[in-house]
Design a protein around this ligand. Structure first.
Ligand SMILES: *Cc1c(COP(=O)(O)O)cnc(C)c1O
Length: 374
């Protein structure tokens, strides 16, 4: 069994992708070709956000967002310790310091109440706290109403950036992922809900100023050709990757978002009956896009070995919370300081997931798990 069936997906849209990719080879505008503008327009419309800029990866999307806010050495940016490294890594790359707020045990997302507590009693000079990066973990968004409320109540002037790398296509209270906060950053890494055939990402904002600035940053800070207004990077998406995404877009929107949700329901229906397995919870105001289907279990490593021996791949997103990573040991956040993240990291396990898993696949996985706990 594959973890995700990217080849089945390709067979469904092969003709369209091949045609669009070959068109790029023919027209020769490999950088900033017409596919980029078309994709940006489609994504902006789909997410209901004014500006969408295609960029080189989800990591660069986060970096360019932080650069647009002028995050600088000595600043603090609040985020969750239970995420992929890139979220906090880009804060640190700019010389700023991540401040970690623990997660909720139900959704594994940053806990708005704990965020509120930190903002009330900041552990550092509060004038140096610049903003918050939330992460829509596993395809489900944290409660943005609650998050915006505690930020507002703090009276601090903070930015809110949404790391939507795992949530493109998800919904909360009628609004799409990437539309929360002042900047939304997503990834089109192949295994994300919508993936290209290489690296790619997108930044979103309703703010004209931030959009203009991120546009400069994406292209070496140029505001006119060979006039460099600010420091930027090479953060562009290439036309071939945009062509791939355009070839997949309608299938994703019309079929795969629902398909992923159906597969998740099949899993939950089977697995919730097994004692020893905690299935993922989606709050009533969210619709997850299921970047991962992750369960909490006792004896994770032994269960994984059992499943792997039966040809069922598993993964752990993520085994070490960021405050316990060597790279962040200098922050001085001790083991035990963020207990929920630490507990979840020790017990979480992701199962094969994509829109093309069949009831048969789900039964196979569920039976193997049931057998282990028997
Ligand atoms: C994948 C991911 C990223 C990075 O995206 P890339 O396109 O791989 O650079 C950032 N944040 C989170 C939460 C992710 O899952």
């Amino acid at each position: 069994m594959d973890f995700c069936n990217l080849k089945s997906q390709y067979s469904l849209v092969k003709e369209d992708i091949d045609r669009r990719v070959l068109a790029v080879f023919e027209h020769g505008r490999y950088i900033f070709g017409p596919e980029i503008t078309e994709l940006e327009k489609k994504c902006a419309e789909f997410c209901g956000v004014k500006h969408a800029l295609a960029v080189s990866s989800g990591t660069d999307a986060l970096l360019m967002g932080l650069m647009a806010y002028d995050v600088k050495p000595g600043d603090y940016v609040i985020t969750t310790p239970f995420t992929f490294i890139a979220t906090a890594e880009m804060i640190a790359l700019l010389g700023a310091i991540p401040l970690f707020v623990d997660i909720e045990e139900t959704t594994y997302n940053i806990d708005p109440a704990k965020l509120g507590e930190m903002l009330k009693n900041p552990p550092v000079d509060k004038s140096k706290i610049r903003g918050v990066i939330t992460v829509d973990l596993y395809g489900q968004m944290p409660d943005y109403e609650a998050i915006e409320k505690v930020i507002k109540e703090s009276g601090l002037d903070l930015f809110l950036m949404e790391d939507a790398a795992q949530s493109f296509g998800a919904m909360q209270r009628g609004k799409r992922a990437c539309a929360f906060g002042d900047i939304g950053a997503t990834s089109f890494f192949p295994s994300k809900p919508l993936g290209c055939y290489g690296d790619g990402g997108m930044v979103f904002t309703n703010c004209d100023k931030l959009a203009e600035k991120m546009g400069w940053i994406r292209n070496h800070g140029q505001n006119e050709r060979y006039c460099h207004k600010i420091v930027g990077i090479n953060g562009r998406l290439d036309s071939v990757q945009a062509a791939v995404l355009l070839g997949k877009f309608d299938l994703f929107v019309n079929k795969e978002i629902d398909g992923r949700d159906k597969v998740a329901s099949m899993y939950t229906e089977k697995l919730s009956k097994i004692k020893g397995v905690k299935t993922p919870a989606v709050t009533d105001f969210n619709r997850s896009v299921w970047a991962q289907y992750s369960i909490m279990v006792e004896d994770r490593d032994a269960l994984a070995a059992h499943l792997n021996s039966k040809g069922i791949p598993t993964a752990v997103h993520y085994p070490i919370p960021l405050h316990m990573q060597e790279v962040f040991s200098g922050l001085g956040v001790k083991k035990g300081a963020l207990p929920v993240s630490e507990k979840v990291a020790a017990h979480i396990m992701s199962l094969p997931m994509c829109a093309y898993k069949t009831q048969e696949d789900i039964n196979t996985v569920a039976e193997a798990i049931a057998e282990y706990y028997k």
